[in-house]
Design a protein around this ligand. Sequence first.
Ligand code: BGC
Length: 416
Amino acid sequence: MKVLTTLKASVAVLALTAAGAHAQGVEVLHWWTSGGEAAALNVLKGDLETQGIGWTDMPVAGGGGSDAMTVLRARVTAGDPPTAVQMLGFSIQDWAGEGALANLNDLAAEQGWDAVVPAALQGFSKHDGNWVSAPVNVHSTNWVWANTAIMAELGIEQPTSWEEFVAAMEAAEAAGYVALAHGGQAWQDATIFDSIAMGVGGPEFYQAAFIDLDPEALGGAQMVEAFQRMETLRGFVDDNFSGRDWNLASAMVANGEALFQIMGDWAKGEFINAGQTAGVEFQCFRVPGSEGTVTFNSDQFAMFNVTDEAAMASQQTMASSVMSPEFQVAFNTVKGSVPARTDISDEAFDACGKLGMAQLAEASASGTLFGSMAHGHANPPAVQNAMYDVITAHFNGEFDAETAAAEMVTAVELAQ
Ligand code: BGC
């Protein structure tokens, strides 16, 4: 009976497709606006084009997607949702809870998504047991990107402790380089904080503070130490860091202006886009202290409820494309991320991609894989934004470390 229902549904999907109902295509809201991101997006556009699906672009710049989510809310409130939206973790759950997302169960059943999408991702892709979004990738946030030539010139080995990491930055600064390329935007400050907190307190602390929102962890000694490390990092950024976009910070490492950047592996997309190769012009390694753990986020495409049958058919085709093994390789090798399916070989991936895939699998098996706070996978948007505010205020010198930790407790309490 179940098989029959699934079969009927896929016949219906095929019928819509066959009816040439794709003229309308998809309108896609996303925040992939940097050079590397646009290159990856083109893989998706091209893929859909070959299937006759038109593409209307709705880009909203701003890493982490906060601005994109504001625009999305306005569009939905105006009764005009985009057909497909790039979305992260808890936001998917929020929108699904509002009943705004299309159901992808039939397609998922037909293509066996349950068997190939890791459980950690399914927790965000499914709502009340129903598939509501198609995961494109897995990114992780606790990476350092390093300029190989500067490391060689200064005799810097890959740092394996916080002390070595700081010593390397001191050496770079003394030699006239920018030690840490960074852009002073709330989401970038939070991205750094993610891995610094993990480095200080390890998995237990990360779980307690960012996922369980335990006030003792939020306001405790390890949180204070994480903020103190942020002060150390603040001392290594250049004078022009304020407001700088993350991809410009990546360019500083690529150009040999800066030694390190702490950033998610979308930064790799920028190095690749600049014609560089992992392990040659640039290096990747986990933020010292956070080795053995992975803080992840997954870009997913959520399909909004639309009534037009042509648009509905295009949504199904887009979701199907996104989930195909060929697309997962073609897209993620350009984007810097790794596949959202567990059944894909790492053969086509570069050194950092291979490392990322292996570490993701290890972390998943050993219970050290955590949703990223900075990228919407640890707690709901209201709490995430409250944390952003405190982290950024502290980074800009408004609070000392003790006050910041106390503010985390208050801000999180108010946001819940
Ligand atoms: C997204 C990435 C994106 C990055 C910077 C993250 O939240 O998951 O896909 O490249 O923001 O824009």
